[in-house]
Design a protein around this ligand. Structure first.
Ligand code: DX5
Ligand code: ZN
Length: 221
């Protein structure tokens, strides 16, 4: 298995978005990660459907949309139409989680749940059959450029065990503080998909940064 790398455009230079997307594509990125924030679920604002639509026109890479918003159900139809491939939300943000996961799949997207550092793994246990992706947050969401919380590694390990024992083929993604110094630990713990913002777009050579992240996983099997 090779690691999948999902550069987060939250850290990109939006004035040069086309060029930045081309750079990570050249580096072999597997997804483009899009962080949607509403100023309620997290204390920050970011993108919505117009940016997803614009990215859709810029790239053929699948758009991995991470909703840090209250009531994510309000965006399922709109984001599907805008071109999202993965639709990942936080279970605390809505009441009928299973219903929303099913609705995400009905709209042709991959359904994901994201767990904050304090959210227990039990929040995904009853919906494993409805999940295409589990996202373990390794920072408290809201901002790029934070440090990887070391306790995330044990949670990744327990999530891997849970998914394997349920014979789930869901992707296991990790988000927050992923750098060339932390990715190996998260990979060894069982993650297969890695979001990286600052570590990719905060460098002079985003293509090389994507290659470097993947290589760190390849040598640590
Ligand atoms: C954090 C977001 C992340 C963020 C990661 O709230 O969900 O996707 O862009 O940024 P880095 O890689 O800089 O920690
Ligand atoms: Zn994210």
């Amino acid at each position: 298995m090779t690691a999948r790398i999902a550069p987060s455009v939250l850290a990109a230079d939006l004035g040069r978005l086309r060029e930045q997307i081309e750079q990570v594509t050249e580096g072999g990125a597997d997804f483009i990660h899009v962080d949607v924030m509403d100023g309620h679920f997290v204390p920050n604002l970011s993108f919505g459907a117009p940016v997803i639509r614009a990215l859709r026109r810029l790239t053929d890479l699948p758009l991995d949309v991470h909703l840090m918003v209250q009531y994510p159900e309000n965006y399922i139809a709109e984001f599907a139409e805008a071109g999202a491939r993965c639709f990942t939300f936080h279970p605390e943000a809505t009441v009928h989680v299973q219903r929303q996961l099913a609705a995400v799949r009905e709209h042709g997207m991959l359904a994901g749940l994201a767990l904050n550092p304090a959210a227990p793994l039990a929040m995904i246990e009853e919906t494993l059959d409805d999940l295409d992706l589990v996202l373990i947050m390794s920072v408290n969401p809201g901002y790029g450029g934070q440090s990887y919380l070391p306790q995330a590694s044990d949670k990744i390990r327990r999530t891997r065990t849970l998914l394997d024992s349920a014979r789930s083929r869901a992707m296991l993604e990790v988000d927050g503080g992923i750098t060339s110094g932390t990715i190996t630990e998260a990979w060894s713990a069982g993650a297969d998909t890695f979001v990286a913002g600052t570590a990719v777009f905060g460098t002079q050579d985003p293509a090389a940064a994507v290659r470097d992240l993947r290589r760190r996983c390849a040598v640590a099997v």
